[in-house]
Write a protein that binds this ligand. Structure first.
Ligand code: IFM
Length: 446
């Protein structure tokens, strides 16, 4: 049978900074992404999220499109600085925006799945040291507690963090995301504090004893393969896997950081004295599900010149507009590994999708057949995994609509819905129409 069960969740996802716009409206103050995107050369053509998809003003129209597609669930993130424009100041207008969004969704029987942190740290928090400062964990806790008080009865799926690897390594080690630092030790401190804040917030939510309340974390995971069987390449692949995957999975599910990576990192930055006794117990607090964002695989080789002695190698498979290989088999490898080595908890693919160079035809259509195929081949792998006994419960296409793709600005289109950034017109691409029909039957023809 090529059919998903009726209770399998089909959804789609976005994030606040990527779609909302209204950067200086409704009492919102800047986040680190507002500041980063306005600094020269950080983002393609100087694009910013100031207007983005103007979702803040078009929320109702957008929810109607979601209803038309027929998704079971919509995953979105909350902009922390809309809720807390300053450290101890709650902004009622911000709270109301999300209250209305949740209401609109629920009216249409769309289940909200909320990401509490999708990289847009308030700039006020950054100025107080940001995630490098252990105190930031408690500012995050205060913000999440407020969110739980306001929306806890209406929301059954919470994601503490989206891709802590990107929020720490891309932002503080590679410098290509906000806040734009290039310091491995700082990145490791940030990663640790993100994970610790995850555990603390999970414990906080449990205190409310809401009836139907599930909480987890979303990791971006990429199976990593050595380019050859040479021992140096195999070692490089192991380090790369530790850097991207195990550094986050191990503390969450095994309650410790991977030994080999502790050695690699301590050799580079000295003793990791920011890991305090008891932290790992908090990080490994029981959760209800694991969210996985999957896009592609990594192929690596030994590189004597890079700090961690590995570098990425281009694979031979067909690529998306991001230059990422379309590699559904690796999703199977990944899911099987998670089940075998880490957890039997429910898994959700909280993001999967592809950017392509979409063309609008003269009759206002977008025939994005490549995107449909990309989604289909990944769904097929998921069905296989489920047939093998895998505990996979849902799938969210990234993204609902074209949006601000971080340092690529608006140059990469991931949406099932096309956004004309001049007029803000939305057009359902063929992929949205395909997804709509697919959700009705839940049957896959590959
Ligand atoms: O756009 C991002 C999203 O914010 C996080 N996951 C990957 C997507 C595509 O790069």
């Amino acid at each position: 049978m090529n059919k998903f069960k009726d209770d399998f969740i089909f959804g789609t996802a976005t994030a606040a900074y990527q779609i909302e716009g209204a950067a200086n409206e409704g009492g919102r103050t800047p986040s680190i992404w507002d500041v980063f995107s306005k600094k020269e050369e950080n983002v393609f053509m100087g694009h910013t999220g100031d207007i983005a998809c103007d979702h803040y003003h078009r929320m109702k129209e957008d929810v109607k499109i979601l209803e038309n597609i027929g998704v079971d669930s919509y995953r979105f993130s909350i902009s922390w600085s809309r809720i807390f424009p300053d450290k101890d100041k709650v902004n009622v207008e911000g709270v109301n925006f999300y209250k209305n969004l949740i209401h609109e969704l629920k009216e249409r029987k769309i289940n909200p799945a909320i990401t509490l942190y999708h990289w847009d740290l308030p700039q006020w928090a950054q100025e107080l040291g940001g995630w490098e400062n252990r105190e930031c964990i408690y500012w995050f806790k205060d913000y999440c507690t407020k969110i739980f008080e306001e929306f806890g009865h209406d929301v059954s799926m919470w994601i503490t963090h989206n891709e802590p690897f990107c929020a720490s390594i891309l932002g503080d080690y590679l410098g290509i995301h906000a806040p734009g630092k290039k310091d491995l030790k700082k990145a490791l401190i940030v990663a640790h504090h993100l994970l610790l804040s995850h555990g603390i917030v999970v414990r906080e939510l449990r205190k409310f004893k809401f009836k139907n309340s599930n909480i987890g974390i979303t990791l971006n995971l990429s199976p990593t393969y050595a380019v050859s069987k040479k021992s140096e390449d195999v070692r490089a692949a192991k380090t790369s896997d530790g850097y991207t995957n195990r550094w986050f999975l191990d503390p969450l599910f095994k309650g410790h950081y991977p030994e080999d990576m502790l050695m690699v990192y301590q050799k580079e930055v000295g003793i990791l004295d920011f890991i305090v006794e008891g932290d790992l117990d908090i990080i490994s607090t029981d959760i209800d599900f694991l969210g996985i964002n999957y896009y592609t695989r990594n192929i690596v080789e030994y590189d004597e010149h890079s700090q961690l002695n590995f570098r990425g190698v281009e694979g031979e498979k067909e690529k998306t507009a991001m230059g990422w290989e379309n590699s559904p088999e690796s999703l199977h490898d990944l899911l099987t590994r998670i089940k075998k080595e880490y957890t039997k908890l429910p898994l959700y693919i909280t993001e999967n999708g592809a950017a392509y160079n979409d063309v609008v035809t003269t009759d206002n259509k977008i025939h994005d057949i490549d995107r449909i195929n990309y989604i289909k081949v990944h769904l097929k792998v998921m069905l296989d995994f489920i047939k093998e006994g895998g505990n996979l419960k849902g799938y969210y296409v990234w993204s609902f609509m074209d949006n601000f793709e971080w340092s690529f600005g608006y140059s990469k289109r991931f949406g099932m819905v096309y956004v004309n950034y001049e007029s803000q017109e939305r057009i359902m691409k063929d992929s949205a129409i395909w997804y709509k029909n697919f959700i009705k039957t839940r049957s896959l023809e590959v």
